[in-house]
Ligand binder design. Structure first.
Ligand code: NAD
Length: 466
């Protein structure tokens, strides 16, 4: 298909083009349009022009449009999932899960409403809090969940009456452009604009005088640049950033039962999930058995093109990430004992064998930094307070998990983990009505839940003497 960007209700070519690669082959999957700065300005101007009419609609009127988008996405889920696997690499079952998650997300946001609340009403005064939309939102997305994140940003922004310019990561623009084609006739011109760049327009968006809020998901290092850049205009800002989530595994677990769950938490989407388990702290009494089970699961996992039935782990999404993860493998070999995997597959594409590393010190790069790949360090502890202290010894604070046979003990341990979300005996359960936000350097603000939706609004207090 001929991919087009969406600017002011029209599907348009780019001033330039961009090659998009299939990470399973390393070959070019498609050539797509890419915007220059003038097209970005056009998109922002269109969003600004569309704002008065869109924000004047009722929630009910906007809801109908968002529900229709959810229905359209569901009707084309197979097409989206296939394209997602081709451009992103994840196995088709995971891609389908992402698309269906996006459908559910759009339905959740469509149903949302932000009502005026009465803070106080007495004989002498009435104090109201109204919530108004902000204006044009700039949405900047990473390459690990392009469909889901498109919905997690457009859904709350649109239902609350904002208009948007959305920009996917340059290595995964195709599903966003398919989304553009799908919604082009479903929304008034300018309400949602979707452009593509080559990592050159994100910084321009964050500085743009007509963008009122930036919603950014990506690595912490870029998030800091975004925060610096919006400072000059004090734009509203949501940052969903990186993580180095620890799984703390207590000595009372049934190792055979929890190992596959921990393995999935580390290896889904080839480890390229902000909330993936990136380090494991296991009690010494079960350390040997857990290492053995994780290594067995790694050896058995089918690593292949995500379009093939039965693939459990696909390629890394792009060459740069592939090279980065190979660097972590070197560190793992130098500092720890590799008990499964340990290298890239000898084939085309960006495949890395799922790797389990034991007997590695806390000071190793693989433990301290976010690997964002299928390479998992497993460390041992004697005392749970020591494990918690080591889990917290990081600038990140996105997620984490505790695995135990005793739920109350699990909650007690989870309550000491300095993170935005901590799961007990589960992982990555993220209902849209539950707020999601990072602690420490994993983010500012948050998404989902009523609080996440309200981040797309400004409070106005009306304080009346009666
Ligand atoms: P990336 O840096 O390649 O891209 C992220 C986005 O930022 C892209 O759209 C890119 O074009 C844009 N960008 C690049 N430079 C910019 C600048 N100076 N100003 C504004 N925008 C700029 O990131 P990635 O490698 O795709 O993302 C992976 C990271 O994202 C990981 O650290 C992961 O943990 C994190 N992440 C976090 C969440 C979350 O919700 N907390 C979700 C997914 C991913």
């Amino acid at each position: 298909m001929a991919y087009k960007m969406l600017i002011n209700g029209k599907l348009v070519d780019g001033a330039k083009t961009l090659d998009v690669f299939n990470p399973a082959t390393g070959g070019v999957l498609a050539v797509c349009p890419r915007a220059d700065q003038a097209q970005l300005n056009e998109a922002v101007a269109a969003a600004k022009a569309a704002f008065p009419a869109w924000s004047a609609l009722s929630f009910g009127e906007r809801r109908k449009k968002l529900d229709a988008i959810a229905d359209a996405l569901e009707a084309r889920a197979t097409e989206f999932a296939r394209l997602l696997t081709q451009e992103q690499g994840k196995p088709i079952a995971q891609a389908t899960g992402e698309v269906m998650g996006a459908v559910a997300g759009m339905r959740y946001f469509a149903a949302a409403e932000v009502e005026t609340s009465i803070i106080r009403e007495t004989e002498r005064e009435r104090i109201l809090e109204q919530r108004t939309p902000l204006g044009v939102v700039g949405a900047i997305m990473p390459w690990n969940f392009p469909v889901l994140l498109m919905v997690m940003k457009t859904g709350p922004a649109l239902i609350t009456g904002n208009t948007i310019v959305a920009k996917p990561a340059p290595t995964t623009p195709l599903t966003s452009l398919l989304f553009a084609e799908m919604v082009a006739d479903m929304l008034p011109p300018g309400v949602l604009n979707i452009i593509v760049d080559a990592n050159d327009l994100g910084a321009v968006m964050t500085k743009h005088k007509d963008i009122a809020k930036v919603s950014f998901t990506g690595p912490t290092v870029t998030g800091k640049k975004v925060m610096e850049s919006v400072a000059s205009s004090l734009k509203r800002l949501t940052l969903e950033l990186g993580g180095n989530d620890a799984a703390i595994v207590l000595g009372d677990v049934d190792v055979k039962a929890v190992a596959p769950k921990i393995f999935d938490a580390a290896m889904s989407n080839a480890g390229q999930i902000c909330l993936a388990t990136k380090r494991v702290y296991a009690h010494s009494s079960i350390y040997e058995e857990l290492c053995g089970e994780l290594a067995r699961l790694a050896d058995e996992a089918v690593v292949d093109d995500g379009l093939k039935q039965g693939t459990a782990i696909g390629p890394l999404q792009n060459k740069m990430q592939y090279e980065k993860v190979k660097g972590f493998l070197e560190d793992a070999r130098a500092n720890g004992k590799v008990i499964a995997g340990g290298g890239a597959l000898e084939r085309e594409g960006y495949f890395i064998a799922p790797t389990i590393v034991r007997d590695i010190p806390d000071s190793a790069r693989l433990v301290r930094e976010e690997q964002f790949g299928p390479v998992l360090p497993v460390l041992s502890f004697e005392d749970v307070d020591d494990a918690i202290a080591r889990a917290n010894d990081t600038d990140y604070g996105l997620g984490g998990s505790v695995w135990t046979g005793d739920v109350e003990r699990g909650v007690a341990v989870a309550s000491k983990v300095q993170s935005g979300t901590v799961w007990v005996n589960k992982w990555l359960d993220m209902p849209f009505d539950v707020p999601f936000r990072g602690a420490k350097q994993s983010g500012i603000g948050g998404e989902n839940g009523q609080e996440g939706i309200e981040e797309y609004t400004q409070a106005r207090i009306i304080n009346v003497a009666l």
